[in-house]
Design a protein around this ligand. Sequence first.
Ligand code: SF4
Length: 236
Amino acid sequence: MHPATRTAIFRRLKAANPAPTTELLHDSPFELLVAVMLSAHTTDKSVNGATRILFPVANTPHAIAALGVEGVKDYIRAVGLYNTKAKNLIALCQRLLDLHGGEVPGDRAALEELPGVGRKTASIILNMVFGEAEIAVDTHIFRVANRTGLAPGGNPRAVEDALVRATPAEYRKDAHHWLLLHGRYVCTARSPACPACLIRDLCEYKQKTRPKPAVKKKGVGERVRRAARRAGRSAG
Ligand code: SF4
């Protein structure tokens, strides 16, 4: 993709949504870390449903650790893989208390050592909490980057590296959210909304969806012809 096209794509995404952010509910870096960690392989909606009842009861490493694995399961049961996530969440809180004074650490190595935290979660925390221009690649961003030609790659890390390399500096910090939201709501996996897509003319995807043909209303002429056919059959 030509660099000017890439810039034009981000310019349009920014114009449509100048301050993109996560849809995960949170009021502190720790709440964001918990929400992102819980969101692996499940929807933001189910995570928000769980944290809406968990955070009013426990929203610090100390309070969540005190719930214990079985106790925290009662709050996150609606989240996919909740058994494993409950174990990881308690271990994560304990590690924050033991090694980081209960604070969310600001370096990648320390984040990725937390139970249940991988590269993607660490990138989101570094970006949103510590202001680093990291680009976490999830399934939506992987699809959009490949379809559009923005940053083709065979695996999430290759796409991340390509995006970091090629995204103009002024758009890098927010690129994650723009591409994620675009993939979640417009460039969806099964049926991308190409006719309504604001970067349609810049996107290099070969199999863009076409506008659905307008359903023709049956006019008076057709109704008359059908009545005449029916009348002819009855007469016969
Ligand atoms: S034109 Fe279609 S394939 Fe390209 S980004 Fe838009 S929705 Fe996705």
